[in-house]
Design a protein around this ligand. Structure first.
Ligand code: SF4
Length: 356
C-alpha cells in the first residue's frame, strides 16, 4: 500500500494513467485528488467527490493517506506554541511543533525519527537515530496542523525543517517534500516561507546551492560555536565537517545563490556566550552575507548547560554590533512545555527507550 502524501503530482498522474481513458482524464483526476488532499485536507479517498466509484475502489486498494495519530500534546501558557507527539503507521513517534506569531503559523517539522548527530544540548541527539522519515511522513506533519488550523479558518503560513533529525542526512525525502510543498497546484508555499536548518552537512549545503534555482528555500545553519575546540565539544558533527569546510560551503552557497544564510546560536551560559566567541564568529563571517539568530537555551535531558544571563546576551550582541554583523535575539518559545526538540517524546518514553 503506497502513501499518497509521498507522490508528486506528476507521479500521481502517471499512476492513474493505466486506469483512465486518456492522459487528460488522468491529469483531471490527479488534480481532483490533489485538491482534496491539500486544499480540503482530506484524510480518506472517499472524501474525493469527483472520482468515479470504480476508480476509487481501485485506488483504495493501492493507495492510502496515512494521517499520523496524535499521542500527546502540550500547549505553552501563552498558547503561542503547541507541540504534538505523533505516531506513524509503524508505531514510530516523532514531534512536530506549531508556533504562532501574530497571525502567522509556522510548523516545525521532523525529518528523522531520532538523530545520529548527537548535539550535546539536544534531547533528540541524546535519543540516538532510529530511522529516516519518508517524504509522505514529512508532508503528513504539515497536513496534521493544516487540519487543526482549518477548523479555525487559519492556515499554516511557514514551514521550518528544524524538528527531530538532520534534514541533510535525509536529503532525498526532504527535497521531495519541499517539491510538493512548493507545488502551486498543491500546498503552494512560497519558497521564502520554507526554511531548512542543518548542523552543517557540507555536501548537503553544496547540493542545496546547486538546486537553489529550482527550490529557492531559505537555509539556516546551527552553528553555536566559532572555534573547533568548542564546537567539537558541543556538536560531534564538527569532527567530520570542521568550521573551515563549513564556512567555505556557506560562502560558496551565498555566492552561488546570492542569498544570505541564517546562523543559529543557542546561548549557553559561560560556554558559548563569551566575547571571545563573538569575536571568533565575527572573524568568520565578516565578508559573508549572514544573519545571526541568538536563541536562549531550552535545557534538555542530561545536558547540564543553562541559558545565558541577559547581561551576557547583551554583551555578545554588542560585540556583533561592533563588527556590523546583523543579528536578532529570537524569543525563547515553548519553555515549560518540553519544547526543545525531542523533549516531549523523551518525556513520554520509558527510561530505557529515551536514549535509544
Ligand atoms: S540539534 Fe538537530 S542535528 Fe543536533 S542532535 Fe538535535 S536533532 Fe540532531
Amino acid at each position: 500500500m503506497s502513501d499518497l502524501y509521498s507522490f508528486t503530482l506528476a507521479e500521481l498522474e502517471a499512476f492513474l494513467q493505466p486506469q483512465t481513458a486518456s492522459v487528460i482524464e488522468a491529469r483531471q483526476y490527479a488534480g481532483a485528488i490533489w485538491r482534496s488532499l491539500y486544499r480540503d485536507h482530506a484524510t480518506n479517498l472517499d472524501q474525493v467527490e469527483t472520482l468515479p466509484s470504480q476508480l476509487k475502489l481501485h485506488l483504495k486498494a493501492a493507495l492510502r493517506i496515512f494521517p499520523p495519530r496524535q499521542v500527546a500534546t502540550e500547549l505553552s501558557a501563552d498558547r503561542s506554541t503547541r507541540k504534538d507527539l505523533l505516531e506513524l503507521a509503524d508505531g514510530a513517534r516523532i514531534e512536530t511543533v506549531l508556533l504562532r506569531y501574530r497571525d502567522r503559523y509556522t510548523v516545525c517539522a521532523s525529518t528523522q525519527v531520532g538523530c545520529a548527530c548527537g548535539c550535546r544540548f539536544c534531547s533528540t541527539g541524546q535519543m540516538g537515530f532510529q530511522r529516516q522519515l519518508t517524504a509522505g511522513e514529512i508532508i503528513a506533519q504539515i497536513e496534521h496542523f493544516q487540519r487543526a488550523l482549518a477548523t479555525q479558518g487559519n492556515n499554516v503560513s511557514n514551514v521550518v525543517f528544524m524538528g527531530m533529525g538532520e534534514p541533510l542526512l535525509n536529503i532525498e525525502p526532504t527535497l521531495r517534500a519541499v517539491h510538493t510543498l512548493l507545488d502551486p497546484r498543491g500546498p503552494a508555499f512560497a519558497p521564502s516561507r520554507v526554511t531548512l536548518s542543518t548542523v552543517g552537512i557540507v555536501p548537503g549545503i553544496k547540493k542545496l546551492a546547486e538546486l537553489h534555482r529550482r527550490w529557492p528555500i531559505k537555509l539556516a545553519v546551527s552553528l553555536h560555536a566559532a572555534t573547533d575546540v568548542l564546537r567539537d565539544r558541543l556538536m560531534p558533527i564538527n569532527a567530520t565537517y570542521p568550521l573551515s569546510s563549513l564556512f567555505e560551503a556557506i560562502r560558496e552557497y551565498t555566492h552561488q545563490t546570492q542569498r544570505h544564510v541564517f546562523l543559529e546560536w543557542v546561548m549557553i551560559e559561560g560556554v558559548n556566550d563569551t566575547v571571545e566567541q563573538a569575536e571568533a564568529l565575527a572573524a568568520w563571517i565578516r565578508q559573508t552575507p549572514a544573519h545571526v539568530n541568538l536563541i536562549q537555551l531550552n535545557p534538555a535531558g542530561d545536558f547540564a548547560g543553562r541559558p545565558s544571563s541577559p547581561e551576557a546576551v547583551e554583551a555578545f550582541a554588542a560585540e556583533l554590533d561592533r563588527f556590523g554583523i546583523a543579528h536578532t535575539m529570537r524569543q525563547r518559545r515553548g519553555a515549560g512545555i518540553n519544547a526543545g526538540c525531542g523533549q516531549l517524546r523523551a518525556a513520554q518514553m520509558p527510561a530505557h527507550d529515551s536514549h535509544g
